[in-house]
Write a protein that binds this ligand. Sequence first.
Ligand code: C2E
Ligand code: CA
Ligand code: CA
Ligand code: CA
Length: 278
Amino acid sequence: SKDLGRNSWSYFSSEMHQRRQSRYLIGAHLQQALQNNEMHLAYQPKLSLGTGEVVGVEALLRWQNPELGTVPPDQFVPLAEDSGQIHEIGDWVLETAIGQARRWELSGRCIPVAVNLSARQFQREGLVARIKQLLSKYSLDASLLCVELTETCFLHSAEETALALHELREHGVKVSIDDFGTGYSSLSYIRTMSLDQLKIDRSFVNNINEAQRDRQLVSAMIAMSQALGLSVVAEGVETREQLDMLRQLGCDEVQGYLICRPIPAEELDKVLPDLAGK
Ligand code: C2E
Ligand code: CA
Ligand code: CA
Ligand code: CA
């Protein structure tokens, strides 16, 4: 019967098939996403543990498609990297974030904005020139822009990345290493790269109160950052206990749902006054 047919179909349709199917669907819709205005940025504050002040925000990409619903960046960014669309999308992210930072600057609140860059973007020539161009187009002070990159950038395009980071820092842009400790690279890049900040990955912060080993690792990462003159941010802070422990360990800044979820700029403007001293 018809029913049996459908059941056996879903029985035999493997998870892999479904995954390929959804990759295909996402890829197809992704091509129109920017043109159709389906993307926006959400901003998540970084809080200083020393002063209790918001010292910056991270821009996180959001995609809302009429048919697919909300697609998380973990799902579509890797696809966009494979297809090459990451260049167009990444450029849109840079321009939107820089424009927003300028709007904040004009409204009398200087909020540094951090943008996530994909390794792919470092592999293509012209990234630094484009960032400089956007900063001057929006008359934004370069020190109000921070780029976050992961250790994979040093794996695939170490030389291009090193050069780009050097030029960006010469220009005044801040550089932050994201998901620190989760990559495959050695520590050797830290010896030679121009950096400002390390972000301790959420996976280390998760069990910081329960697992002594994780706590010791975080403590060592903080000590290393301080010895090298880098600021250190812990991401994914969800509980008061985690926050207290990070403060005790001497962490500079925290980011996470406990302080604030990533939210649109207009919403952030409303809650910003309440965040200080949290
Ligand atoms: P990421 O750069 O490590 O960003 C942190 C992720 O953790 C974000 O997920 C954020 O929403 C989430 N998060 C923040 N606080 C907490 C918390 O307290 N608990 C938990 N469980 N999660 C928290 P999101 O927005 O889904 O982004 C995932 C990843 O997608 C990012 O990881 C980044 O690698 C990538 N991504 C996001 N936006 C962009 C972008 O504009 N360009 C590129 N190339 N990648 C992006
Ligand atoms: Ca990040
Ligand atoms: Ca991260
Ligand atoms: Ca991550």
